[in-house]
Design a protein around this ligand. Structure first.
Ligand SMILES: Nc1ncnc2c1ncn2[C@@H]1O[C@H](COP(=O)(O)OP(=O)(O)OP(=O)(O)O)[C@@H](O)[C@H]1O
Ligand SMILES: [Mg+2]
Length: 245
């Protein structure tokens, strides 16, 4: 891949916590519009890497380039969605979505456009405590898109919801990513989810990338197609080879 045309170009020679090496010789390049997943065993460094890309952890000797520019901390061009929705309980749904601008700007038309996109316009004035887990995560997706980020980072965003909600949220993510032209880097433990959502799946082992599986299947995809099975098997083979599963 030509790094010059990349939206995101990350290289982390090493990242340590308390003298223990967590990432080493980690490189990652994302093209504009690409959807890439990171899979790997618990503790292999996925969230650490995502926090570095998000600018939330700067204690490393690597570099993060977004569209060729070195990143120095958090940026409006990079949105983050975590496993839990992390909504502020005292703000309404609309205020949570527009929080980065100003909670008073909850009536910003952009907030309502986003809430409509995630199917929650009718609960704009509700408080988070009245939402189901799946609804709360849809608010988090709307909030993640509020600053019109070029890159959206997601760390196991759907692992706390039931299987049906998860499928609906996966489809919603693909729709909003396509409509907004957002590039996506997603951490997941679910190999099926990684294969179905992604253009490429990066397999991590022991703090670095040990496999890069291209998922060539056309969209919209069929979860039960031979192409999906092949992609899943290729990912599992790499994980098995690394004695991760
Ligand atoms: N703030 C921290 N201080 C010390 N060690 C940390 C810290 N954050 C992460 N670690 C360690 O770094 C390693 C990688 O953690 P990380 O959270 O990146 O793993 P992960 O791949 O996201 O795991 P999981 O799949 O369980 O979420 C782990 O051994 C973890 O214990
Ligand atoms: Mg993690």
């Amino acid at each position: 891949m030509n790094a010059n045309s990349a939206l995101l170009d990350v290289h982390v020679p090493a990242k340590h916590f308390a003298g223990r090496r967590v990432l080493h010789d980690f490189s990652l390049t994302l093209l504009p519009g690409e959807i890439v997943s990171l899979v790997g065993a618990s503790g292999c460094g996925k969230s650490t890497l995502l926090r570095i890309v998000a600018g939330l952890d700067r204690e490393h000797d690597g570099r993060v380039l977004l569209d060729g520019s070195v990143q120095h901390g958090v940026s409006r061009d990079i949105g983050v969605i975590f496993q839990e929705a992390r909504l502020l309980p005292w703000l309404t749904v609309a205020q949570n979505v527009g929080f980065d601008a100003d909670p008073q700007r909850a009536h910003d038309p952009h907030v309502f456009t986003l809430l409509e996109e995630v199917g929650l316009a009718q609960v704009a004035d509700a408080l988070p405590k009245s939402l189901s887990g799946g609804m709360a995560q849809r608010v988090a997706i709307a909030r993640g898109l509020f600053n019109r980020p070029r890159l959206l980072l997601l760390d196991e965003p759907f692992s706390a919801v039931d299987a049906f909600t998860r499928i609906r949220l996966q489809e919603l993510l693909l729709t909003v990513a396509r409509e907004h032209g957002t590039t996506i880097l997603l951490v997941t433990h679910d190999v099926d989810e990684a294969a179905w959502l992604s253009d490429r799946v990066l397999v991590m082992g022991d703090g670095r990338v040990i496999g890069d599986v291209a998922v060539g299947e056309q969209r919209p995809r069929n979860r039960r197609s031979a192409g999906m099975t092949n992609a899943r098997n290729a990912i599992l083979e790499i994980l098995e080879g690394a004695h991760v599963v």
